[in-house]
Structure formats: C-alpha cells, structure tokens
Design a binder for this molecule. Structure first.
Ligand SMILES: Cc1cc2nc3c(=O)[nH]c(=O)nc-3n(C[C@H](O)[C@H](O)[C@H](O)COP(=O)(O)OP(=O)(O)OC[C@H]3O[C@@H](n4cnc5c(N)ncnc54)[C@H](O)[C@@H]3O)c2cc1C
Length: 334
C-alpha cells in the first residue's frame, strides 16, 4: 500500500513537471524552408516534455511557419515576419525572442547549435540574466542535460537550477523530428526593432552539388596528407561516385587547400554520418571531437601508428595517392 502511494505521488510530480515545462524552439530557416538543425532541436524539446512552441522570425517566411506547424510535437508557431529580420542578425531577432518570453513565460528556450544560434542565444541569455547551456547531447529530465567537455573527452551531466533554461542542441545527438503534427500559427508579439548596432549587407553562400557536410550520410575528409588543394580533386571524384560530402582537417584548411566551411572538428563542423572516410588525417583529438560519433569510420593513412586508427572501424595503411584512385576506379566498374 505504502509503495503504491509513493508511486502515485511520483507519478503526480512527473505529471506536474510534464505540465509545467513549456519550450520555445527558435527555428532556423532560409525564409523558404527549415534548416535541419531545427528538427533536431524540436526532438530535444519533445524529450523535455510539455508544450513546444516554435518561433519563426524572418522575411516573407509564412511558408516556413506552415512547415514548422506540421512537425510532430509542435503545438504552436509564432510567426514574426519583418524586413528587419533580413540576415537574422541577433541584434534584430533577440527583441522578438524576449517579447515572446515575456508573454508566454517559457521554461526552456532551445535552438540547434549553429553559427546563428551561437550569436543569438548568448545575447538573449545575457538580457535575461541566465547561463546558457551549450551544445547538449542528451536530456535526462527538464533540469538535467548531458554535454561533452574537454573536446569530447569527458561527459558532463549538468543540472540547472535556473527557472528558465537557454539551450543549444548538438544536432548529431538527436534524431530529426518528423512531420505529421498539426500545430496552430499565430503572430508573435509585436516589437519595435531599432537595430543601430549592425546592418545586413549581403551574404555569399558557396554553392555545391554535393550533399551538405553537416547532414550528409557519407563524408570523405582530407588532411595535411593531401599535400595541396589540387589533390583534393581526388576526393571530389570519389565523393561524386558515393554521393558523399567532402570535409577537411584544420591543417588542410589552414594551409589553404580548401575553404574553412569544410573544416570538421572542435572548431569546425560536428558530423555523425553513416560513413566517415579520413584520408591523410592523423586523428588529433580536436579532429576526433567533430567526427567520432560517425557510425563507421574508415582511415587511410600511410603511417600505421597514426592515432586515427584507434577510432577507425576499418583501416587502410597505404599511400592515399594510390588508395583513392583505386577506390574510385573500383566504383567505376560497378
Ligand atoms: C584549439 C584547437 C582547435 C582545433 N580544432 C581543430 C578542428 O576543428 N579540426 C581539426 O581537424 N583540427 C583542429 N585542430 C588542429 C589539430 O590539433 C591538428 O593539428 C589537426 O587536426 C591535424 O590535421 P591533419 O591530421 O590533417 O595533419 P597532420 O597531423 O599533419 O597529419 C597528416 C597525416 O597524413 C598522413 N599522410 C601524409 N602523407 C600521406 C600519404 N601520401 N598517404 C597517406 N597518409 C599520408 C600522415 O601520416 C599524417 O598522419 C585544433 C587545434 C587546437 C589547438
């Protein structure tokens, strides 16, 4: 009897936690469609429990609000359509996040980890005087989160006592939320935006027919062993055959072989594809921090002692200038 009584109490408190959690997910998009990190952030919000609201702030972005309302778990979408949100400058977007918080008193504000959220969330946190919790990889309960520290060498379980939690979510650690929801859309609270600190001038996006590095199912990355930028053509040729994205180590980026949006690692992109092929990369911890959650890791390196072999599922000890053309020609024969 006693046990049953306690259980009931536990169930009740779980019920109340569930009921009182309410999360605002700041949606990232290009005014046409959602950017995948938002779907991972919605999954994290669903794991926290309670109502999930999404904020879609942009310019002529009603289509995105509609897409967002159809994601599983999204109860409501707040749409803030304004010319002032061009370029998604944090100085312009943060007032609408703050106004939404004032009106709805969310328990959590969440965004996917990205260049935009790294700019926005600390600004909102400073205005609200709470500590942001960055790059979580798991949700234990509405107050307790998992994140990696020391370049992924230690796992931290963090319990926050703040009544509002501001969180960014490591996208590779959460599945993308699927469509199939039926949320409502309403206008976000009106705010006057007078951003005198920054101005959006233009943006130049590198265009590529290859899959996006952060969400590709297969990634082939080259390191300093590639020797120069021209040799990366070997990786592009192989990537084309495999419909893979191409990445790089920081050494390859710093040497100017490839642009820095290809960098994988602690200070680059975090990827977790089904297949990661590291070519001429030694396996420094800062590189591993960005790819060691990949499902299958293949390393091609002429040095059998290279640390990358310690995390690799398959290792090829070979000169890459021999191995890569052979792999490409074998795929040609298929
Ligand atoms: C704060 C900080 C942040 C950092 N962030 C990142 C990050 O985000 N991403 C990152 O990658 N690094 C990062 N680094 C740098 C990192 O420490 C390493 O210096 C870097 O990853 C090394 O790159 P690499 O493996 O390409 O080069 P190297 O360590 O020089 O390795 C080259 C490898 O190529 C092999 N090789 C050479 N020729 C051939 C050939 N012909 N065939 C086959 N194999 C060959 C060699 O045996 C060697 O193992 C960071 C460092 C610091 C301090």
């Amino acid at each position: 009897m006693f046990v049953r009584c306690c259980r009931n109490k536990l169930n009740q408190s779980a019920y109340f936690i569930q009921r009182f959690s309410s999360t605002l997910v700041v949606a990232e998009h290009d005014n046409q469609k959602l950017i995948p990190v938002t779907l991972n952030a919605i999954t994290a919000a669903n794991q926290i429990g309670g109502d999930v609201t999404c904020l879609v702030a942009g310019t002529q972005c009603a289509k995105v609000a509609e897409e967002c309302s159809q994601i599983q778990g999204v109860k409501k979408v707040l749409l803030a359509d304004n010319e002032a949100f061009k370029g998604f400058l944090p100085e312009s977007v943060s007032p609408v996040v703050l106004a939404a918080q004032k009106q709805f008193n969310f328990s959590h504000i969440i965004a996917g980890s990205s260049a935009i959220s790294k700019n926005l969330i600390p600004r909102v946190a400073a205005k609200l005087d709470v500590s942001p919790i960055s790059d979580i990889t798991g949700v234990k309960d509405p107050d307790t989160f998992i994140r990696l520290i020391y370049a992924g060498n230690a796992v931290q379980t963090l319990k926050s006592l703040d009544s509002l939690k501001l969180i960014t979510v490591r996208s590779t650690a959460f599945e993308a939320a699927e469509s199939g929801g039926n949320g409502t859309t309403e206008n976000a609270p009106e705010v006057s935006i007078s951003n005198t600190l920054s101005e959006f001038v233009s943006q130049e996006l590198s265009k590529s027919d290859r899959p996006d590095l952060a969400s590709a199912r297969s990634v082939i990355s080259g390191g300093r062993g590639m020797k120069n930028g021209e040799n990366f053509q070997l990786l592009y040729d192989l990537a084309e055959k495999m419909n893979a994205a191409v990445g790089a180590s920081r050494a390859a980026v710093d040497a100017g072989y490839v642009p820095n949006d290809l960098q994988v690692g602690q200070t680059g992109k975090i990827v977790a594809p089904d297949l990661y092929i590291a070519v001429g990369i030694s396996g420094a911890i800062q590189h591993l921090a960005g790819m060691k959650d990949s499902k299958v890791i293949v390393a091609i390196n002429k040095d059998p002692e290279a640390p990358i072999f310690q995390v690799a599922d398959y290792g090829i000890v070979m000169d890459l200038f021999k191995a890569i053309p052979e792999m490409t020609s074998l795929l040609d024969k298929k």
